[in-house]
Design a protein around this ligand. Structure first.
Ligand SMILES: Cc1ncc(COP(=O)(O)O)c(C=O)c1O
Length: 497
């Protein structure tokens, strides 16, 4: 059957017709200027850019259609595990767009930045309260930069103690987020992998054999990438502290525990938050986000500058004169817009709301775990945190794997869950399907997801080919995702012609 191409679905280069325009300007009524003369020295194009020539309506339809193809939380369910694709209240952006924020320049004198410094000071206060740490910095612009800042702070601490050269190792459980070992390596540490127990928790006896005078610290993601809370945090902290080592907690998943427990009370020394996961700053498309860190008091002197401080007379200042500080990790005040959104979100929720958000996130994930446990194997079938890891062990008997299930979800207008993360070496070779519903989804949406997943489980047995060829309603179907990330083509060949 021949397909009939709709011009609204084709590339602008394909609909381009020489001489077609969106807008025709009237004849010049001022003297013509020679560009070469007027822009002397500028690198002007030798020939005009090869741009498509289209009418306004074609252009509008093209971009409207493209926008509709964009999958977003605002349109459909997005249970992408480990990414917390929750709904972010529109008021965050509405208020952030007010001129007081958008027109403020970071070089304004301190006297004119009072409200901004106060906002940062108060946000640090919220994060101190929710984590239990006596000091927080808002500077890091992402979770991974928070990790880097935390490790730099730990390094500076050991250097001051004269142990900078000997504390060379960071222990990392195999259920940690991938950024943890990457950051440790980038910060110049040797990473030592700690194999988890079959139930996903830390093997304390094994940990004891790995920690010694060479250990700078341990980086633990809690809740882990298996969506599980670590039951032995206090013991883990004791083991590390007995050897003078530091405990770093990846707190990007605070949405499971905020308002219920405080990581500093476990004995954690440093932790980063992901404001773009937990605190309602939009997550995805490369940011911008924010990865503040909280630290115990012995690490506070090493935090990056500047630090917002409240003076005795009630005014606010930015303190950059801190002799032990690791210096600046980000220009100006970090990703300020992200900080404003997190501040609005936290002040709207308040203490009770923050706790309720965590409770609902955990409730939603456990609801899905229990509702789907007969159709899909739950990797560790115990009470989970804010996300649940299923595997494709049952479906593999019909040669259907995590990728096929994820692709079939697209046909039901649900964004695929995160697949093959945690990696196969953690899940004993089974394909992981990590589902994070988030606290913002209604029971109706969760039930819709359950029904769809059950239908997919049935299709696996009755018509596996349907899954193998999914998705069926997309302009492109099975992309070579490995090639796309290993050999990206970062230019448009048509524009270059
Ligand atoms: C548990 C965990 N740690 C660290 C990160 C890294 O954060 P970022 O992508 O902001 O660098 C993420 C990102 O989602 C995460 O989920």
């Amino acid at each position: 059957m021949t397909t009939i191409a709709n011009p609204a679905d084709t590339l602008l280069f394909e609909t381009s017709v020489e001489g077609r325009r969106c807008l025709r300007l009237p004849e010049l009524d001022v003297p013509k200027v020679d560009l070469k003369q007027a822009l002397k020295g500028a690198k002007l194009r030798a020939k005009p850019a090869n741009l498509p020539e289209v009418g306004e309506l074609d252009l509008v339809r093209h971009f409207k259609n493209l926008a509709q193809k964009n999958f977003s939380v605002d349109r459909n369910f997005y249970p992408l595990g480990s990414c917390t694709m929750k709904y972010n209240p529109k008021i965050n952006v509405t208020l952030l767009c007010s001129p007081g924020f958008t027109r403020a320049h970071p070089h304004l004198p301190e006297a004119d930045l009072q409200g901004h410094i106060e906002l940062m000071y108060n946000l640090e206060g919220y994060l101190r309260e929710v984590s239990g740490f006596p000091a927080v910095t808002l500077q890091p612009a992402a979770g991974a930069q928070g990790e880097m800042t935390g490790l730099m702070v730990i390094k500076a601490y050991f250097e001051e103690k004269g142990e900078g050269k000997t504390r060379t190792e960071i222990v990392i459980p195999d259920s940690a987020h991938g950024t943890n070992p990457a950051t440790a390596a980038l910060a110049g540490f040797k990473t030592v992998t700690l194999k988890g127990k079959p139930d996903g928790s830390v093997d304390l006896e094994l940990l004891k054999t790995l920690v010694g005078p060479q250990t700078a610290g341990m980086m633990i993601t809690n809740p882990s990438t298996l969506g599980l809370l670590e039951p032995n945090m206090v013991e883990i902290a004791k083991i590390l502290h007995a050897h003078g080592a530091q405990l770093y907690m990846d707190g990007a998943n605070m949405n499971a525990i905020q308002g219920i427990v405080r990581p500093a009370d476990y004995g954690v020394d440093v932790m980063h938050f992901n404001l773009h996961k937990t605190y309602s700053v939009p997550h995805g498309a490369g940011g911008p986000g924010a990865g503040p860190i909280g630290v115990a008091s012995h690490l506070e002197p090493f935090l990056p500058v500047p630090r917002p401080v409240k003076n005795e007379d009630g005014t606010f200042s930015l303190d950059s004169k801190r002799s032990k500080s690791i210096g600046k990790v980000r220009s100006f005040f970090g990703n300020y817009g992200a900080l404003v959104m997190a501040y609005i979100y936290m002040s709207q929720l308040g203490r009770e709301g923050v706790r309720r958000a965590a409770e609902n996130a955990v409730l939603g994930a456990n609801y899905l775990r229990v509702k789907l446990r007969n159709e899909f194997k739950v990797f560790t079938d115990r009470v989970c945190a804010h996300e649940v890891v299923f595997t494709d062990a049952i479906q593999a008997k019909n040669d259907i794997h995590a990728l096929d299930v994820a692709k079939r979800l697209i046909d039901y207008n649900i964004h695929p869950m995160t697949i093959y993360f945690p990696q196969a070496n953690v899940t004993n070779g089974e394909g992981a399907m990590m589902v994070e519903p988030t606290e913002t989804e209604s029971k109706q949406t969760l039930d819709f997801f359950v029904d769809v997943m059950k239908k997919i489980a049935q299709e696996t047995k009755e018509n596996p080919q349907l899954l193998k060829e999914a998705p069926h309603n997309m302009p492109v179907v099975r992309l070579d995702e490995v090639r796309a990330s290993t050999q990206p083509q970062l230019y448009c060949p048509m524009c270059m012609a």
